[in-house]
Design a protein around this ligand. Structure first.
Ligand code: AMP
Ligand code: GLY
Length: 432
């Protein structure tokens, strides 16, 4: 098999790393890739992840058998549809299904039609009507730009004024451009968040173990939102024993609805859940692996990813193909000091080999590039140091030991990745 992976982050490094282990895979191309990906079987090609025509041409020129998009943009732009025309299968949904991530109002509509529990909401195309609604409801409220806004289009407003300002910023000042032509205003939910990622072949659904992301920049979930400062799996709030039930609640009805609409969903359907007192509710769908959730999840995957992806594009996915180790995994993201604000690039990175000398440790590259023999920082999120352990505590200890072996000026990381899960496990043990 020859595979093209699209993207340049830690998620894509994990995909490439896992695919390269497959005896089925002879060659992997990655567009555009980063400083950690080149190796035996693996070639980076400088085509941008949003250059649909360029990616399709690359897939044809290199005669690849399957394309695996990492980030959402190519999917919402219709890479799967464009590949279908030239007869190349894509492990990712078509443009219609990708609206689940690309348009919050589309996702809400699908949830309503398929009976998926989610926050009550109203959709507005007119700023004055949105503001009248805010005044009538009162705070807290959650204001969401309809379209893709690089993870920044959601404002959890604690006061009425914040909510009005959010509507102003999104709809009148167009802070997120056309993504803000429409807003979704939601009831504010309370609870712990957890991610459920499912493999889908259009009809069949196989859930992966649960994971939890850490979106805030600093410890104790403080500071501005980021792309994700670390993740672990499993998340004790969603144990393995509940994965099938949760898929029945929030994934399978959506797949049935989409298939009925003539658009069977292939790829990863990711539900961001809030575990509220009134039960689980979907905050959002993503139509791809999460970054950094992908790194601990693929670290736990024991079976052959290429076989799984092949089965998905053929509509032959089955439970038997997917085995994960019962071990826990923790991934700690190292970022540039200033991230998610402005930050420096070019810092030399040392100690990756020493970190990976620890058993069951893998250092996934995100914003890195090669500079001669050296690897230097080239982005906000730079590395995701991922470790497996017999327990969440052991995985966490090992991940931080590995982090301590990495030397990079002007960088930082959160020190509490995985702690919420460990605390919940302790509570569960005391209760049970
Ligand atoms: P989303 O991109 O829709 O997942 O929103 C980003 C983040 O905003 C989520 O991870 C939650 O922390 C928060 N959020 C989104 N919707 C709600 C809601 N209805 N109530 C409370 N928090 C929310
Ligand atoms: N880690 C959250 C995301 O990938 O959207």
């Amino acid at each position: 098999m020859r595979i093209l992976v699209i993207g340049s982050g830690g998620r894509e490094h994990a995909l490439v790393w896992k695919l390269a282990q497959s005896p089925l895979v002879t060659e992997i191309f990655v567009a555009p890739g980063n400083g950690g990906m080149d190796g035996e079987k693996i070639t980076s090609v400088p085509v941008r992840a949003d250059d649909i025509a360029g990616l399709v041409k690359l897939a044809r020129d290199k005669r690849v058998d399957i394309v695996v998009p990492g980030p959402e943009l190519a999917l919402t732009m219709g890479i799967a549809d464009a590949l279908e025309i030239v007869g190349i299968p894509c492990f990712g949904p078509d443009r219609y299904c990708a609206q689940l991530e690309g348009s919050k109002s589309f996702a809400k509509n699908v949830m309503e039609k398929s009976g998926v529990p989610t926050a009550a909401c109203a959709v507005f195309r007119d700023a004055n009507a949105a503001k009248d609604f805010v005044r009538a409801q009162g705070a807290p409220l959650v204001i969401k730009a309809d379209g893709l806004a690089a993870g920044k289009g959601v404002i959890v407003a604690q006061t009425e004024q914040e909510a009005l300002d959010a509507v102003d910023s999104i709809m009148c000042q167009k802070s997120f451009g056309e993504a803000g032509a429409c807003v979704v205003i939601e009831e504010c939910l309370k609870g712990e968040e957890v991610s459920l990622l499912c493999l889908c072949d259009g009809t069949h659904v196989v859930p992966l173990p649960s994971a939890q992301d850490h979106k805030a920049a600093y410890d104790d979930d403080t500071g501005p939102n980021t792309g994700g400062m670390g993740a672990y799996s499993p998340a004790p709030i969603l144990p393995d024993s509940e994965l099938e039930h949760m898929s029945d609640l929030v994934i399978r009805p959506v797949l049935e609805h989409l298939a009925h609409e003539g658009h069977p969903f292939t790829g990863i359907l990711y539900a961001g859940l809030m575990m509220t007192e009134k039960g689980p509710k979907v905050l959002e769908y993503n139509v791809r692996f999460g970054d950094p959730e992908c790194q601990p999840l693929l670290s736990r995957l024991d079976s052959d990813l290429a076989s799984i992806i092949l089965a998905c594009v053929r509509g032959e996915l089955s439970r038997e193909l997917v085995h994960c180790t019962p071990k826990s995994a923790v991934g700690v993201v190292i970022t540039a000091s200033g991230y998610p604000g402005s930050y420096n690039k070019g810092m030399p990175i040392e100690g990756i080999d020493e970190a990976e000398a620890l058993s069951d440790v893998k250092v996934f590259h995100s914003g890195t590039k090669r500079d001669g023999d050296a690897v230097v920082a080239n982005g906000g999120r730079i590395l995701c140091v991922t470790a497996l352990g017999e327990s969440l505590t052991q995985a966490r200890d090992k991940a931080y030991e590995a982090v301590s072996r990495i030397r990079m000026p002007d960088s930082r990381f959160r020190t509490d990745i995985g702690l919420k899960g460990i605390r919940r496990l302790n509570e569960q043990q005391q209760e049970g």
